[in-house]
Unconditional design. Structure first.
Length: 178
């Protein structure tokens, strides 16, 4: 093989190597381009999902705005009574502030619904006998002082003396979980 043939063989080899290199580079560029297009489409899809989620959030926010306002108004009333002892103490304070004659009181903790936010309640059976006006005003102040309570029974009968009434009240006070 003479120099001329060796140079031609070398040039053919160099041309083949260049073609192979260009082809490899073109294939990797096409792969990278496909990955870029795929990543861009995924990003656009994620952006659309984010916009949809934002719209759903705004819709939910507008639908529940009034409910959240009511919740925020009532939350302090429920949070102040975390244990049955807190509720008993609050009832005792209301009785003391009302200055009514309490004949008997009985407290009992009961389960309302297992696993719920308000799972327990304190049931208070109170028997009061005092002046009609005083006792009825006390009952109203009781509802003002403990707005979360529910009066489940209220029996009013004539008292032993003149203008007195005999008031039997059963209260149910919700106890929030800690």
């Amino acid at each position: 093989m003479n120099n001329h043939q060796a140079a031609c063989a070398f040039l053919l080899f160099l041309t083949g190597a260049m073609i192979y290199g260009v082809n490899t580079l073109r294939n990797s560029t096409l792969g990278a381009r496909e990955l870029a297009v795929q990543a861009q489409s995924e990003a656009e899809m994620a952006e659309q999902q984010a916009q949809l989620a934002q719209i759903q959030l705004k819709t939910l926010d507008s639908k529940t705005a009034e409910l959240r306002l009511v919740y925020n108004e009532w939350k302090p009333h429920f949070e102040s009574l975390r244990t049955p002892q807190d509720a008993e103490q609050r009832i005792a304070e209301v009785i003391r502030e009302g200055n009514v004659f309490l004949i008997s009181q009985k407290f009992e903790a009961q389960e309302i619904e297992a696993g719920a936010t308000i799972a327990d309640a304190l049931t208070a059976d109170l028997v009061v006998e005092d002046d009609y006006t005083k006792a009825m005003n006390w009952l109203g102040r009781l509802e003002e002082s403990i707005p979360a309570c529910r009066i489940t029974r209220c029996d009013v009968t004539r008292g032993d003396r003149g203008n007195d009434i005999h008031l039997e009240v059963r209260l149910q006070i919700p106890i929030l979980k800690s």
